[in-house]
Write a protein that binds this ligand. Structure first.
Ligand SMILES: Cc1cc2nc3c(=O)[nH]c(=O)nc-3n(C[C@H](O)[C@H](O)[C@H](O)COP(=O)(O)OP(=O)(O)OC[C@H]3O[C@@H](n4cnc5c(N)ncnc54)[C@H](O)[C@@H]3O)c2cc1C
Length: 351
């Protein structure tokens, strides 16, 4: 059992390594794989400013995707992704993928896809350990989202947020100016998640819809008023609102319907929150065997090379449900670690 979020997880890993006498090198930037006779035999790394060759019986690459690499995001995810905010570390720049591809590893999965969410519009460019959990904005199923044209652009209530949040960052990125406002009225304010009550929040509050429309300066005012009026008229009020289930309380007969949890935006005070796209991790990775060993473009396992976590390709396409990132890290990390240990032992036995 791990407590304390990311820092708690890392502390548990340091403790586990310490108990087993495993050295951990900090400020170590791995630059390349060392190869001997077609097999991976270690890495070269800049360790505290000095280049070192580190020999190893096997190497497990677990250094993330390319979400923090502006140029690769644009190259693989496409137009507009250069401007996405990065939710996590600035160090996941695709280094591991690049060094594996250089020795013939096979790319696999959805290289133009990623996990991306609605994120504070004026968030820092990369994750900030002290602030980052507060930048997500995941209560949109209980309100509406409008773009600069004053229009809704997605079914906010298509499913529980756990099943939509990872793909809706992409939808926000596609809007003019790459931003949107989430709008809520007082009926649902008590349902908003804790992150809406943190300090780094771009928020507008108003006592009438007209005042709200005046305050959302970068939004087409008249269209916004029309959008809210039409939305309010479309809500199926005869169906009871129930946030605990997919309640089927629709706003139908609209160009973009809302399938569940539709409530008229009519009870002041009103609150609006500005969001943009925050990318969590990229889906493209390397092909591995059932033992976690990296496969080359000739469809053969590369001796001595294993991969885990975001570096494994072929796990996610277009979307992924909540909690699968860490699950994949744990499952494929254990697999790759065990396989690498057996490989290294067998290698030592024959040398
Ligand atoms: C804000 C945020 C919230 C999240 N919340 C959840 C959640 O609630 N549930 C969930 O399941 N998942 C969540 N995730 C996703 C999850 O954290 C990741 O999917 C998971 O950590 C990936 O593990 P990994 O080991 O592949 O990569 P990471 O945990 O990203 O680790 C990669 C490491 O490699 C290092 N590195 C990169 N390049 C090099 C190099 N050249 N040399 C040396 N080191 C290098 C990086 O510094 C980094 O420390 C969240 C992610 C973020 C950013």
């Amino acid at each position: 059992m791990v407590r304390g979020g990311g820092p708690g997880l890392i502390e548990a890993l340091y403790n586990a390594a310490g108990k087993r006498g495993i050295d951990v090198l900090c400020d170590a930037w791995v630059r390349d794989l060392m190869c001997c006779d077609g097999a991976v035999s270690g890495v070269t790394a800049r360790v505290q400013g000095t280049t070192r060759a580190i020999a190893a019986g096997a190497v497990v690459l677990a250094c993330g995707g390319f979400e923090a690499n502006t140029e690769w995001r644009t190259r693989y995810l496409g137009r507009g992704w250069d401007l996405a905010k990065v939710r996590g570390t600035k160090f996941n720049t695709g280094d591991g993928l690049a060094m594996a591809l250089r020795i013939g590893a096979q790319p696999c999965g959805h290289w133009s896809g990623c996990h991306a969410v609605g994120w504070e519009r004026y968030a820092t460019d990369f994750g900030d350990l002290a602030l980052t959990p507060g930048f997500q904005r995941h209560s949109y199923p209980f309100g509406i989202m409008v773009n600069a044209d004053g229009k809704r652009f997605v079914d906010e209530g298509a499913d529980f947020r756990n099943f939509t949040y990872a793909k809706y960052g992409h939808v926000v990125l596609e809007q003019p100016g790459q931003f949107a406002w989430q709008i809520y009225d007082s009926k649902v304010l008590p349902l908003l998640r804790d992150e809406y009550r943190t300090r780094r929040v771009t928020k507008v509050k108003a006592d009438s819809i007209e005042e709200l429309a005046d305050k959302l300066e970068d939004v087409d005012r008249e269209q916004l008023l029309r959008t809210i009026r039409e939305f309010n008229e479309a809500v199926r009020t005869e169906v009871p609102f129930n946030p605990a289930v997919k309640d089927g309380r629709r706003a139908a007969e609209l160009a973009i319907p809302k399938s569940n949890w539709a409530n008229a935006i009519d009870a002041p005070p009103f609150e609006a929150y500005a969001v943009t796209c925050g990318v969590t991790f990229t889906f493209g990775g390397l092909r591995i065997t059932n033992e976690g060993q990296v496969v080359n473009t000739n469809h053969e396992p590369i001796p001595g090379l294993f991969a885990a976590g975001e570096m494994v390709g072929g796990l996610f396409y277009f979307n992924c449900p909540a909690a699968t990132g860490l699950t994949s890290g744990a499952v494929f990390g254990r697999l790759a670690g065990r396989s690498a240990a057996s490989f290294a032992k067998a290698r030592r036995a024959v040398t």
